[in-house]
Design a protein around this ligand. Sequence first.
Ligand code: PLP
Length: 421
Amino acid sequence: MDVKKIREDFPIFRKMINGKRIVYLDSTATTQKPYQVIEKIKEFYENYNANVHRGIYSLSEYSTELYEKSRENVAGFINAHPEEIVFVRNTTEGLNLLSYSFLWNFLKPGDKILISMMEHHSNFIPWVRLKHFNIDVDFINITEEGYLDLEDLKNKLDKRTKIVSLSHVSNVLGTINDVNEISKIVHDNNSIFVVDGAQSVPHTPVDVKKIDCDFIAFSGHKMLGPMGIGVLYGKYDILKEMAPFLSGGEMIKEVHINNIIYEDPPLKFEAGTPNVEGSLGLSAAIDYLKNIGMENVRDHEKRLTDYAFKKMDEFDDIVIYGPKNVEKRGGVISFNFNNGNRYIEKELIKNDIFVHPHDVAGILDSENIMVRSGHHCAEPLMDFYRIPATTRASFYIYNDEEDVDILMDGIKKVRKVMKIG
Ligand code: PLP
């Protein structure tokens, strides 16, 4: 993969701050956008802007055609049918759609939902809130190395368990959960399997038919696309039975004072004017990724992670969270300065972090190295490791070994400024 050439497609990487280029290592939060995506949005507003599924004039019909073509492209990307693709704002909205809709006609008091200790708040709060309606929520344990404890999943699955909702790839630990295996376990129990694909669909080939998940949610902005467009895939038979989430225009066939007939999926779940520009931008992002090949994206990130791990070995006071095996993790590296304790031993962790991640990120920023620090919207996971925060570097197609080397120099600067070692 020619990273230098890829970087040329991203206008933001022409930007210099204090005479130095940007080293962007926060793609887990959001990715940068290539001009192909930016231009597509501009092209839409300059040439085709009209509301969709409404007008019968040609511009509106063409705009509708473009919107539905984007849906087809998204569907093809994850091996789904277009009518199984619901456009939402982001992963968060996709998961909220499910929790609200299930509450309407799938769930009853006493039912149980299983999530895990490694979930992003977006796959945590929408389910935990259902406790208010006397729906139980239980949490699958993880191991110290950051793997999901499948035995615990099996033990906690029971007749009351209606839904299991898990991240495919952890945004903190990088752990790749074995969703194929989990799907079988969950379906053997006749439960619904929801996948939070926010950190998998952008980084690795995802085939919903192979996984056999019932739902997967992901965000366009984490895969080179614009903000404000996301996707909820759902098996059509289930979508058909579900109640709408938002209601209003676009999602109905007929409305009378005493009778409302909803549209079929996916339009039933797309009330109001949708994000047409976003769908086109996402489709352009998918074309860009397809051109590189998702296998190549995954291999590239694996190689960079491996390279970074080897480099970080140099520092014996850094602890890295999550699996050490790069085959089982994505390109997300969360770490702390940990007083010489390279391995996570719960009792040691709490008191031994001696540089706050915000200080680390601040010092790195002085070198234009952009990493995330904080709890990464995964506070239950921070509680599990008894830490307040981590520093997180994450990789994508526009990062290379040179970026890792610059990060390592940045870490040396952190050590110097903070007088470590
Ligand atoms: N799930 C995971 C695993 C994430 O990493 C994120 C964002 O970082 C989300 C959900 C929420 O994504 P969004 O903010 O796009 O809704």
